[in-house]
Design a binder for this molecule. Structure first.
Ligand SMILES: NC(=O)c1ccc[n+]([C@@H]2O[C@H](COP(=O)([O-])OP(=O)(O)OC[C@H]3O[C@@H](n4cnc5c(N)ncnc54)[C@H](OP(=O)(O)O)[C@@H]3O)[C@@H](O)[C@H]2O)c1
Length: 277
């Protein structure tokens, strides 16, 4: 067993400045990876300067193993330059974490074609074409002792399976598409030594849902958390460990095409279950 699970690996983490992506960036650096942290030019400055913070923390704890790259994932013409930057900085690309996602909460009657298209552009169209470029870079890696060249980790959601809310018609569709994309990637690139897997988180407390939770009655939030078999929502770090597992060939070398629910068990709950326990 390697002392650090991701020693020698180079990872590109999209949306790595906040939330789940940030936790993955930090945990990857802790496990010996060098990381390029993508973030958005459109960042809401009310969040301060999150990418600066995460870079400072990683630098202090683990040294010069990370840098940031600003690119809106929806803009396909930015992708090749970002991959080139990873290769220039660290010489190779082993792991792509397609973490970026937006979830503008609106009911169906308020959903506009523009909002629908934007959600698709960020959540699935952009990641699809970024993956296309990343795969080209991974195919340059010589196969390692397990015959592997790279690992793609897509962040899906239990909302892409069967538990999406009524404000998430568009978002759920993008996540279902992400799950399907993972399957086709695994099938297509497995023979070339590239693994592809999905992590499907449940309820994670991040900026993506802060507003909607603040607006929700406490009674509803309590009921939602009570429905989770592990009886709590997740922190971003609760999700990041699975991304370490999927990035590490030593421990997950034979895992591809998997969809791993990291939801505290929420994905197996049938409505009303919580009332009986
Ligand atoms: N939170 C949950 O409950 C939950 C549950 C299931 C699945 N997920 C999925 O988990 C992933 C991460 O979500 P999160 O909750 O951590 O979100 P978050 O806290 O809102 O963080 C979003 C991150 O994505 C970046 N970003 C947003 N739009 C971007 C764009 N167009 N191009 C590049 N970067 C962009 C942001 O960068 P800036 O700082 O520059 O804005 C930020 O780093 C998403 O795919 C989400 O759908 C979340």
């Amino acid at each position: 067993m390697p002392e650090k699970l991701l020693e020698g690996k180079v990872a590109l983490i999209t949306g790595g400045s906040r939330g789940i992506g940030r936790a993955i960036s930090e945990m990857y650096a802790a496990h010996g990876a060098r990381v390029v942290i993508n973030y958005s030019a459109a960042a809401d400055k009310s969040f301060g300067d999150p990418v600066k913070d995460v870079l400072r923390i990683i630098q202090q704890r683990y040294g010069d193993v990370a840098h940031a790259y600003e690119a809106d994932i929806a803009q396909l013409d930015k992708h090749q330059a970002m991959i080139d930057d990873v290769l220039a900085a660290f010489g190779r690309l082993d792991i792509l974490v397609n973490n970026v996602g937006i979830c503008p909460f609106v009911p169906l009657h308020q959903l506009t074609p523009e909002l629908y298209d934007q959600t698709f552009a960020v959540n699935i169209r952009g990641p699809t074409f970024l993956t296309q470029k990343a795969v080209q870079a991974m195919l340059q890696n010589p196969p390692n002792e397990y015959g592997l060249r790279g690992s793609i980790i897509n962040i899906g959601s239990i909302s892409g399976k069967n538990t999406g809310g009524n404000l998430q018609h568009h978002y759920c569709q993008t996540k279902a598409a992400m799950h399907a994309f993972t399957a086709t990637l695994a099938q297509n690139y497995g023979p070339s030594g590239i693994r592809a897997n999905t992590i499907a988180p449940g309820v994670v407390f991040t900026d993506i849902n802060k507003e909607i939770f603040l607006q929700s009655p406490q009674k509803e939030l309590d009921a939602m958390l009570r429905a989770i078999p592990l009886r709590r929502g997740a922190s971003p770090e609760d999700i990041a460990g699975t991304a370490v597992f999927l990035g590490c060939d030593y421990v997950s070398r034979y895992v591809t095409g998997a969809l791993i629910d990291v939801s505290g068990g929420l994905h197996v709950v049938v409505a009303g279950d919580e009332l009986e326990n």
